[in-house]
Ligand binder design. Structure first.
Ligand code: ATP
Ligand code: MG
Length: 409
């Protein structure tokens, strides 16, 4: 019979890879908790409308990448990202009444119907943070610090923080108009996507990957608009304040005026962290401020800022981590005594196994030396004398002790 295979763009995370995943998850909990963030877990599917409104219906995610299905006349979608879900939960649970800032972090699978390639899957995992209730640049600084320190704690260097300010809806409108004015003469030469973006979401023009479009956007009159400072005084003060905090703390960043981010909801600060050791899919983290999203999804007027990191991309930078060996393997041909001792050790939180098939003694010892740090030998003599022979499988050292004196440090 034909075997059923894993779906294109999805992967099994097998036991040998698990130490890396546990490492990433444990460090997330440790670092984000230090900043006062609490974990939140939201459902993997939500009403399609949440993403249409929350992510924005001019984005690639909503237009091309969503896994949407009908159930009992409802349109549901597997979450392509977690900010919209967290914001929904924030509103639904009245978290605006909690004392600000409300700092939440999450981890889990996301789903996007994309062309699978290195660093790009259809089911992938993100770890992320959202901070609600603070409009000052201190929150922007803390969020960037959380991201940078998490990556540092993972041992990842050779990363670049790219930073930009998209201004507020008011100053951005003017920028969009100026940008459209200089790009309009080239409109027929732009790619199909950019032709749509021109009307629907002109900022995203800058994000286009097509070399033909990029050549056009590199023209001096267009660059003059892009590189010019369009943001208003208030937005500029906010950005300067943020940069001041980052400078004080020695966090290096580069201004990237082309950084606009894929999602519609960002305003003011946007940032990305890129690895210099990944191929073309080199962004490990993307984030930004989204002051209008909570209100747009029906909540109070609560400012917010957050980021998400792609865990598969982090994992590929982290390489391999050795799996921990079992502490003990009980070697005995007396199954009853072996099962009793194994359970006794497990009750003391010692990782331990015994041979379920009662193989020959030497075979059991061989297996022990492959998977455990200590072999605990229970032969007839040991059982009769209430003793255990402890063999250190690294050094080969062996000694017989009373059962109540067993010590494996
Ligand atoms: P990209 O430009 O790479 O498509 P994006 O802007 O769509 O990224 P975000 O929505 O900001 O990405 O998601 C944050 C992070 O999640 C990315 O920086 C990346 O590390 C990771 N990520 C996004 N899409 C995928 C995917 N399909 N497979 C694996 N990781 C992904
Ligand atoms: Mg994408």
């Amino acid at each position: 019979m034909a075997i059923i295979k894993v779906q294109k763009g999805t992967k099994d995370i097998l036991p040998p890879e698990m130490p890396i995943w546990h490492f990433m998850e444990e460090k997330a909990k440790k670092i984000f908790t230090k900043y006062g963030a609490k974990e939140i877990r939201t459902p993997i599917f939500e009403a399609t409308e949440l993403f249409a409104r929350g992510v924005g219906d001019t984005t690639d995610i909503v237009n091309k990448e969503m896994y949407t299905f009908e159930k009992s006349d409802r349109s549901l979608t597997l979450r392509p990202e977690n900010t919209a879900g967290v914001v929904r939960a924030f509103i639904e649970n009245g978290m605006h009444r909690l004392s600000a800032p409300v700092k939440l972090w999450y981890k889990g699978p996301m789903f996007r119907y994309e062309r699978p390639q290195a660093g790009r899957q259809r089911q992938f995992h993100q770890v992320g943070v959202e901070v609600f209730g603070i409009k000052q640049a201190t929150a922007d600084a803390e969020v960037i610090l959380m991201a940078v320190n998490y990556l540092k704690e993972l041992g990842l260097n050779d990363l670049t923080v790219e930073l930009n300010s998209l201004g507020c809806p008011k100053c951005r409108e003017e920028f969009k108009t100026r940008l459209k004015d200089v790009i309009r003469p080239y409109l027929p030469q732009l790619c199909e996507d950019c032709q749509t973006r021109f009307d629907k979401n002109p900022l995203r023009l800058l994000d286009c990957k097509s070399p033909e479009c990029q050549e056009i956007y590199a023209k001096p009159e267009i660059q003059a608009v892009i590189q010019g400072d369009f943001i208003c005084q208030e937005c500029s003060d906010h950005f300067e304040e943020l940069k001041g905090y980052l400078d004080t703390l020695g966090i290096k960043y580069e201004r990237n005026k082309l950084l606009v981010r894929g999602l519609d909801y960002y305003n003011r600060t946007v940032f990305e962290i890129k690895s210099n050791n990944l191929g073309s899919q080199n962004a490990v983290c993307g984030g930004g401020r989204y002051d209008s999203l909570v209100k747009n999804l029906g909540g109070e007027d609560v400012p917010a800022i957050g980021f998400a990191m792609g865990m598969e991309r982090l994992a590929s930078l982290l390489g391999e981590k050795q799996d921990e060996k079992l502490t003990a393997y009980v070697v005995s041909n007396n199954t009853i005594e072996a099962i009793k001792l194994t359970e006794e050790l497990r009750s003391k939180d010692i990782t331990c196994e015994f041979d379920l098939t009662n193989k020959k003694f030497v075979k059991q010892l061989e297996k022990a030396s492959k998977i455990a740090k200590y072999a605990l030998i229970l032969g007839e003599d040991e059982i009769a004398n209430n003793e255990i022979t402890v063999k250190n499988l690294d050094s080969g050292e062996q000694k017989t002790v009373k059962r109540n004196e067993l010590d494996m440090k």
